[in-house]
Design a protein around this ligand. Structure first.
Ligand code: KG4
Ligand code: ZN
Length: 358
């Protein structure tokens, strides 16, 4: 069952054809990083215009790479939200028109579903992640822990109260003059630095014990939520001090990058381990752009080795950051439920909430 998937929620124009939710027949990602890097972040207006230019060539390439025709496509899938509205409009409208003209059914998805299901790409029914599971989704827009007891059934058990992990990586990279996107740049500099050189706060949002309605003190469980703004401010404070002394040199930048990366990743690992133990899961998944971070993969992997009978999955590098193959993988599960959307009724939703399929 071949699905043609489109993803344009932020600054990557991506089209992919995925068979049976796992086999990638073509994956085209037209990056706009060069256009936005001079501004130090994504400029929504520029992103929308670039999607308009890139979407048709990306579609052409996806068909050429797979040597398929539209007649061989079972249905279409597209990211409905969340994301930048101007960017989403391009993907959603392209998918609506293609579906209507070619009389294909259409599946609309939440972007995070795609990140989660990137972990099914390349897997067989024997090697696919087993339920129940918890997924740490860490990207530019999200930092969440999602519990799933079965396919398409999502319970958000941990969220960020301020910045996402990817945002923290990007903002710290900007402070250090490392450019955009910041995550990969931080990880490169961090390899050359000392991660103990600076001490940053491992902020834990664990609530204080409170009284319940019967007046008894309730033992509060350690929180699964995240907060990265304090960490970001702590880095900024040290950057300013070094600037004042004219000591923000390449060595100090590497040490700051390493100390920040270790701190951010330790926070992510701490909460994921808490969630895995509390929900007694069989599997832990890592997903989203920050899942491309090697240090995070290694830390989470070694922490999970200490817990019996938990399998750990993370996507291949090219399926961590935004791509349409992951949308095709998630769409396959909706397709099995015949969960389609009428093309004429589909509108993008920049603030779309993640809800379970009924
Ligand atoms: O999933 P994604 O491509 O877009 C969103 O859905 O937001 O994630 C982009 C985020 C950016 O913040 C980028 O800096 C971060 O993922 N990222 C990384 C790495 N590669 C990308 N963060 C840390 N280490 C990396 N190697
Ligand atoms: Zn994403």
């Amino acid at each position: 069952m071949k699905i043609l998937a489109l993803e344009t929620s932020c600054d990557d124009t991506s089209v992919s054809i995925v068979d049976e939710g796992t086999i990638v027949l073509s994956s085209v990602v037209s990056s706009q990083a060069d256009l936005h890097s001079i501004y130090g972040g994504v400029v929504p207006e520029i992103a929308a215009r670039a999607h308009i230019q890139n979407i048709i060539p990306a579609l052409d390439r996806a068909f050429t790479e797979s040597a398929l025709t539209m007649a061989e496509i079972d249905c279409l899938a597209v990211t409905k939200g969340p994301g930048l509205i101007g960017s989403l409009i391009v993907g959603v409208n392209t998918a609506r028109v293609l579906a209507s003209l070619n009389k294909k059914r259409l599946i609309a998805l939440h972007h995070t579903e795609g990140h989660i299901y990137a972990n099914w790409l390349g897997k067989s029914s024997k090697t696919a992640p087993a339920f129940p599971l918890v997924c740490l989704t860490v990207s530019g827009g999200h930092s969440s822990l999602i519990y799933m007891k079965k396919h398409l059934c999502y319970e958000v058990i941990g969220e960020t109260h301020d910045d996402s992990a990817g945002e923290a990586y990007d903002k710290v990279a900007k402070m250090l003059g490392l450019g955009y996107p910041g995550g990969p740049a931080i990880s490169v500099q961090a390899q050359k630095g000392n991660d103990q050189a600076y001490s940053f706060p491992r902020i834990d949002l664990t609530k204080k014990p409170s009284r319940n309605s019967d007046g008894f003190m309730e033992k509060s469980l350690p929180s699964l939520d995240f907060s990265f703004s304090g960490l970001k401010t702590a880095v900024l404070r040290d950057v300013r001090k070094l600037e004042e002394k004219n000591q923000l040199n390449p060595g100090a930048i590497c040490d700051l990058a390493a100390s920040f990366q270790t701190c951010a990743n330790e926070i992510l690992v701490r909460n994921t381990i808490r969630a895995a133990k509390r929900y007694k899961v069989k599997t832990v998944l890592l997903s989203g752009g920050v899942a491309a971070n090697k240090d995070l993969r290694q830390r989470l992997s070694s922490a999970l080795e200490q817990i019996e009978n938990i399998k750990f999955y993370y996507p291949e590098y090219q399926y961590c950051t935004d791509n349409a193959a992951m949308i095709g993988a998630a769409a396959y599960q909706h397709r099995l439920l015949n969960d389609f959307t009428e093309p004429k009724d589909l509108t993008p939703d920049s603030g779309l909430k993640l809800i379970s399929a009924s």
